[in-house]
Design a protein. Structure first.
Length: 247
């Protein structure tokens, strides 16, 4: 699952890293949420292009927008699921990012059922590319909506204690292979794997991230996790001496 993420690199740095010609003015974002516009990089005419699309894929063949937001596509089934298989074959993309968030249950009694958020980033704090799919949908009103979904896989050893899923993070040497529409499906499957355990780290952050309106650099500040208080020892039950025949 990937439900929130960050892109804080300057536009020129994004352009240089991902090699597209457009000069977008995409501001730093610290709390990107589903349905919001997000940048992706696609291959068009042999060149990489920058697109700003809706996070929450709508298949081109859909008569109406799906009732549930399709923000993630599972790597294990992406080639077969009707909602994703067309995009998987023909419209793959890169989602630039420099961090994503995940939530872990730290103790239901202490937190009242709430979960502790973590920010997950590369250890060297460099940006990266999440594997993604995109599509173009034309609703009945004749408008056009470009949209995308991030591809997810099983979590690696670093993240499995927080959540059992993670986005597919593509090695830079594999970006062209992922984008190329001629890449065979079997080769694509080899790319959709957990990131190396030593690539990322996870730090607890404030629950301010839970509110979509909060979108500032302080969301990345480390938050202390207080240990859950120990349960008081139960008092020993005195034996009922009457049942022992003493009275």
């Amino acid at each position: 699952m990937c439900g929130r993420y960050t892109i804080t690199m300057p536009p020129d740095a994004m352009r240089e890293l991902f090699g597209f010609e457009e000069r977008p003015n995409f501001p730093p974002r610290f709390n990107i949420a589903p349905t919001q516009p997000v940048p992706i990089v696609i291959l068009d005419g042999g060149k990489r292009r920058f697109l700003l699309v809706r996070w929450g894929l709508v298949p081109s063949w859909a008569k109406e927008a799906p009732a549930s937001l399709l923000i993630n596509a599972r790597a294990e089934t992406v080639a077969e699921k009707p909602s994703f298989r067309g995009s998987f074959r023909h419209r793959r993309a890169l989602m630039p990012a420099d961090g994503f968030y995940e939530w872990k249950a730290e103790g239901s009694k202490k937190h009242g059922g709430a979960k502790q958020p973590y920010v997950i980033r590369r250890r060297d704090r460099q940006p990266f590319a999440m594997a993604a799919l995109w599509d173009n949908w034309m609703p009945a009103d004749g408008s056009e909506i470009d949209s995308c979904a991030a591809v997810t896989c099983e979590a690696n050893e670093t993240l499995v204690a927080i959540h059992h899923r993670m986005p597919v993070i593509l090695d830079e040497k594999d970006w062209d292979t992922w984008l190329d529409p001629a890449t065979p499906p079997k080769e694509l499957q080899t790319l959709m794997r957990p990131a190396p355990a030593d690539l990322l780290d996870a730090q607890p952050v404030s629950t301010r991230i839970n509110r979509v309106a909060n979108d500032d650099a302080t969301l990345l500040d480390p938050a202390a996790i207080e240990p859950e208080p120990e349960k008081p020892a139960r008092p020993k039950k005195e034996p009922d001496t009457r049942q022992m025949g003493l009275f």
